[in-house]
Design a protein around this ligand. Sequence first.
Ligand code: IMP
Length: 182
Amino acid sequence: MAVRSQEQDDALGDVVVPEDELQDRVKAIGKEITADYEGRAPLLVGVLKGAFMFMSDLARAIDLPVEFDFMAVSSYGSATRTSGVVRIIKDLDIDLEGRDVIIVEDIVDSGLTLAYLRRNLEHRNPASLEVCALLLKDGLQKSDPDIRYVGFHLPADFVVGYGLDVGEKYRNLPSLVRYVGS
Ligand code: IMP
């Protein structure tokens, strides 16, 4: 089967956040974290797979001896909607006891995945637990998601690129693009 280039893909709509704006914002968040955590060594907990690209750029923008760990979760639901029922596919390797933990999320939509993760990680007794989300979809969260660092507020459209997928596709796009379907 022939594979079309992503530039010619009709399922992709307009660019929502271009690459240079993403990079500038990630650098600014990195500076903020560097200032807020001065003298400490935060543990970044990336939520796979969507946050891998953000986490990689963010970590390089933080001028502190950060450590990394990753969690993989799967939420049941359709291709573009989560149900709130979350299953841990890969758990953390590092003990969170006494650590300054920052959850690094790609996108918060209903907030259900994040609410589950926060509850789960709080039980592991970190010294502090904050959330850094690249994208927050406005108006969809049932309760205040309490996110310390937010990259961009977005309308409710489905977006792909910069780590975000639909059916595992489009994660490698350097910009954030609206997904209009096929
Ligand atoms: P929530 O539990 O509804 O907040 O959904 C969060 C998860 O759903 C994210 O971590 C993504 O994996 C996925 N998701 C939600 N909205 C989008 C989107 O617009 N594009 C790609 N994935 C999304």
